[in-house]
Design a protein around this ligand. Structure first.
Ligand code: COA
Length: 278
């Protein structure tokens, strides 16, 4: 895909990405760096962070990484302080770190529910609050993007801890967009549909499920990481700063496909539709 942006779109931007060592977080980190940003990444696995940091350094610019479990406020505070001291004033935060697994709800332990909600909802809160405290204290503008999902509003079977956590993240996004607009801090969410990552495919996708997702998608394909990076970069760039408190869906129309009562008629042979004509 040809980028619609100049390659210095994010020059002077300093962006912290949680879960930035792998998957979509890594693509966002590398994509932002390619557009001139300084990037800080954190995650639970040091080796993964080191590998991504080496790739960031090859692109150029100044970057920072540290290990962090976003469930732990003290670790979040250490990473956020480290990112501000290494890169200077952060301009953006991407709450991307997530945990999820497929499990019938009746079989979930309390700890299993708490593990996912702790990472996704509490982790997003800890990171957002820690970064915003810096911004508010220094009267600095900032932009937060929360990686959400369409099942935050449709719900979904078998991933109830994630559903509850992502719904909370969406509510937090909208609430803080209003609360902190006066500080020039914007919060938006992105709800990606199916985008291939090693983690999601290993943990959430039994054999044949990718084909199922592609077949039911109106666009008959998965999303590309470049598309997600482009959307996030646009939101961070400063060119569309009047977008605040929104959730932008990038799923090829996946969730709407399941919603429209007559969408199923697309699979009915045309001659049967002809029979409806008077
Ligand atoms: N089904 C049911 N319960 C599960 C589970 C599964 N597939 N995987 C983990 N759990 C339960 C554990 O049994 C434990 O509960 P228990 O103490 O009552 O036995 C609880 O969840 C916490 O698991 P643990 O592995 O100790 O926590 P963790 O903090 O190390 O892991 C998770 C966090 C649970 C989110 C884990 O799945 C994870 O780290 N995943 C990797 C990241 C990820 O999920 N990526 C998804 C790609 S989008």
């Amino acid at each position: 895909m040809i980028s619609p942006f100049r390659n210095d779109l994010l020059k002077d931007h300093k962006i912290l990405i949680t879960g930035g060592g792998s998957g979509l977080g890594k693509s966002l980190a590398l994509g932002f760096a390619t557009l001139g940003a300084s990037v800080a990444i954190c995650g639970r696995r040091r080796d993964v962070l080191e590998e991504t940091a080496a790739e960031l350094n090859k692109i150029g610019g100044t970057h920072f990484f540290d290990t962090c479990d976003v469930r732990k406020p003290d670790e979040v505070a250490r990473v956020v302080d480290g990112a501000f001291s290494s890169l200077g004033q952060l301009t953006g935060l991407i709450n991307n770190a997530a945990g999820n697994f497929v499990c019938p709800t009746e079989a979930l332990s309390a700890n299993a529910f708490n593990a996912v909600v702790g990472i996704v909802l509490n982790g997003t809160f800890h990171c957002t609050q820690a970064v915003a405290k810096h911004w508010i204290e220094k009267k600095q503008a900032g932009s937060v993007i929360n990686i959400c999902t369409t099942y935050a509003w449709t719900g979904s079977a078998l991933v109830v801890p994630s559903v509850c956590a992502k719904a909370g993240v969406l509510a937090m996004t909208r609430s803080l967009a209003v609360e902190w607009g006066r500080h020039n801090i914007r919060l938006n969410a992105i709800a990606p549909g199916p985008f291939k990552t090693e983690g999601a495919w290993k943990n959430l996708m039994p054999a044949g499920f990718e084909k199922f997702l592609v077949d039911k998608n109106p666009m008959k394909r998965l999303g590309t990481h470049e598309e997600l990076v482009t959307l996030a970069a646009l939101l961070l760039s400063g060119s569309v700063n009047y977008i605040n408190g929104d959730c932008i869906t990038i799923d090829g129309g996946e969730w709407l496909q399941g919603a429209g009562q007559f969408n199923g008629l697309l699979t009915v042979p045309p001659e049967q539709l002809e029979q409806l004509k008077r």
